[in-house]
Design a protein around this ligand. Sequence first.
Ligand SMILES: C[S@@+](CC[C@H](N)C(=O)[O-])C[C@H]1O[C@@H](n2cnc3c(N)ncnc32)[C@H](O)[C@@H]1O
Length: 289
Amino acid sequence: MIEPHIPVLLEEVITCLNPQPGDRYLDLTAGYGGHSSAIQDKIGPKGEVILVDRDQNALQHLRKKFADARNVKIMDSDYYGASKKLDEAGERFDVILADIGVSSPHLDNPERGFSFSNDGPLDMRMDQRSDCTAEEVVNTWSRDDLAAILLDYGEVGGAYALTDRIIARRPYMTTSELAAVIPGNYQRKQKLLMQVFQALRIAVNGELQQLEKSLPLWHSLLNPGGRLAVISFHSLEDRLVKRYFAEHAGRAFDADLKSLTKGPLEASQNELVFNPRARSAKLRCVQRK
Ligand SMILES: C[S@@+](CC[C@H](N)C(=O)[O-])C[C@H]1O[C@@H](n2cnc3c(N)ncnc32)[C@H](O)[C@@H]1O
């Protein structure tokens, strides 16, 4: 089977999560199953695996990849919805992984509209069934709302000036139409494009809201001794994870998490050579006491 996505920080994830035979494992962003199959191998046939994703292409790939595995259950859901459901059902896990962000097929398939390097519709939905697309955000959101996401999610300097420029040239249907109005010489334009597309993607998919609401649920879903690893690709996401872990793995008398990573772990030079997309990945891991 051709694997369209290379799992990031795989060795580090395995070391931190330390999966054991018979463990119960929850993967909240299973994607193309790279981390999942490595962890599934470690926990063996007596372990149990639940794989979650909200992207239909990823789910189709996972269903084929794990078709013969009796101990694997696949959930078609956003991770907040899945976590809430599992928590309410009283499910508990020894190993939990969230590798949040986009997969390589999101970026490589122009039809998904995530990439400014390939022309495609302004879509950017991870869940192809959801209503809000990047086209709607760019063409219909108010000046204040658009500037707020460029500033907050894209960390764009001069967010209002850029918003005015974008609004003045509405409407946009494709990624190249939007890319064409982003100003600057080559280097500045590339940086701005990256920031604008990132901001739109985060807004379209409610990424920060999903993460913020899910962290307490992931905590609750851990068995005593269970390990939770989160890989993030954006400073705002990493800040949410860092803050939550610091609050619950600190010195407070009721802190019931223990940090397994001193600072965030990042990809080695060696990994970056064969997977440059691991560049901004940050891994943090905790264990429930
Ligand atoms: C970086 S990829 C994960 C790759 C995976 N670890 C692997 O080894 O193949 C992130 C995946 O998370 C999914 N995803 C992102 N946010 C999600 C959310 N809130 N709920 C469910 N899935 C989500 C995306 O659709 C994508 O498939």
